[in-house]
Design a protein around this ligand. Structure first.
Ligand SMILES: Cc1cc2nc3c(=O)[nH]c(=O)nc-3n(C[C@H](O)[C@H](O)[C@H](O)COP(=O)(O)OP(=O)(O)OC[C@H]3O[C@@H](n4cnc5c(N)ncnc54)[C@H](O)[C@@H]3O)c2cc1C
Length: 382
């Protein structure tokens, strides 16, 4: 593809956040939008994630964002003209600890006040109606919201890419940003391994590399990459795990794709590290958890195991908005929930760049909150 030497807007990063942002910008009428990706689309965290989508949060901001995500995902296939693989089998959240169960009760109160009619119960039989055969006699209680679920991260990002291309966005793959030219406090150009792009605005959607990209413009982000491991099994009867099973204290998430493969992951039990190395320890630990919860999964074979990065911030909440460098923006730091938030982040960024009112006010997600000692405290994060 011809290299684009000028652009009104350069989006850095071809994950779900970058692809969705590029799409919504073009949909809003912005011309000459270029997305640069150092590798291939979905080669970062997006193509390595569990792709869960849930409205069951403990903070009003996150509940509102998540509701906007569900509303968006529910009509995305039609809007983009391609499938996203959305599967709404609900999330069955499991509490094993007293403190966690008390928190669930508060969360559900909040969720109900916002129109998220989550079920809350202690009856194991009800849990087994939702997930036949699930072994949860040791649980204290459960919450379930039927609109939650998961989608396919590759299909979703590809659908955004194709729809964006139809609206004129140029995707430059294997194009690595190596520098940002800033003059008198304003961004002027993006330097890449393929040449320089003179531009108006630049949006940093570089996921777990966002801190490196920000540093190119002299901006310090407190973000870091944290390795998480996950596996997928051979396809089996789709009734083995209809909802997304998740527990914060139990440290797991387990879901089954519509074609039958089970995907399961856990958060690291050791000090966070980076890199894509997948370990025997992790595959064994996740497999033990799956077998304990879903005894029917015995003898199902794991076909692939991999690792990916959570793009962490000190409060595990995203960074959205303009930086101290004029026309240089961030949409990053999504930690373990950037797949679900990606489409809404794209809508928020588009509104900010266009000077419109975003569907959710992102002021609190400003990166300077950390310098001010402020945090977005969400009790329900993996
Ligand atoms: C194991 C695992 C499970 C997860 N499960 C879930 C889940 O269930 N639900 C959920 O919502 N989220 C989940 N996440 C988190 C989610 O994957 C991320 O938050 C989300 O994908 C972030 O998207 P992104 O577009 O910001 O980043 P990425 O997808 O990482 O995209 C960033 C892109 O920027 C590119 N890039 C970087 N530097 C440069 C440069 N200098 N020049 C050009 N391009 C560059 C990279 O190559 C990359 O493709 C999970 C993550 C992992 C690892």
């Amino acid at each position: 593809m011809d290299f684009q030497k000028t652009a009104d807007i350069v989006v850095i990063g071809g994950g779900v956040v970058g692809a969705a942002t590029a799409y919504y910008l073009a949909k809003s009428g912005r011309k000459n939008v270029v997305l640069v990706e150092k590798n291939t689309v979905c080669s970062g965290s997006t193509g390595r994630c569990g792709a869960g989508i849930r409205a069951q949060w403990g903070l009003e901001l996150n509940c509102r964002m998540a509701l906007a995500c569900l509303d968006t995902f529910e009509q995305l296939d039609e809007e983009l003209g391609l499938p996203t693989g959305l599967n709404q089998g609900g999330y069955l959240l499991i509490a094993y600890k007293e403190k966690e169960w008390e928190q669930f009760k508060k969360n559900v109160e909040l969720q109900h006040s916002l129109g998220i009619n989550t079920e809350i119960f202690t009856d194991v039989k009800r849990a087994q109606e939702i997930c036949p055969g699930v072994a949860v006699d040791d649980a204290l209680g459960f919450t379930y919201y039927h609109r939650d679920g998961h989608a396919d991260p590759f299909l979703t990002t590809f659908a955004f890419q194709e729809a964006a291309k139809r609206l004129g966005v140029k995707f430059c793959k294997f194009t690595e940003v190596t520098g940002l030219r800033v003059e008198r406090g304003e961004i002027k150009a993006v330097e890449t391994n393929r040449g320089t792009i003179e531009c108006g605005d630049v949006i940093n959607c570089a996921g777990s590399w966002a801190q490196d990209v920000a540093a190119m413009a002299g901006i310090k982000l407190p973000n870091w990459a944290e390795r998480h491991e996950i596996f997928i099994t051979e396809p089996v009867d789709p009734g083995v795990c209809p909802p997304m099973l998740m527990s914060f204290s139990g440290n797991f998430y387990i879901q089954q794709r519509p074609h039958g493969s089970i995907i399961a992951g856990e958060s690291p039990s050791h000090e966070p590290v980076t890199g894509y190395t997948a370990t025997v320890h992790s595959i064994a630990s996740i497999a033990r958890t799956v077998l304990k919860l879903l005894p029917r999964a015995k003898n199902i074979r794991v076909v692939r195991q991999w690792a990916g990065h959570y793009d962490m911030t000190p409060d595990a909440a995203p960074i959205l908005g303009e930086t101290d460098v004029k026309h240089f923006w961030h949409a990053t730091g999504f930690s373990g929930h950037g797949f679900m938030l990606g489409p809404v982040a794209g809508q928020i960024m588009t509104a900010l760049l266009n000077g419109d009112t975003p569907i959710i006010d992102p002021t609190i997600m400003d990166y300077r909150r950390f310098e001010r000692g402020e945090r977005i405290i969400e009790p329900n994060v993996v």
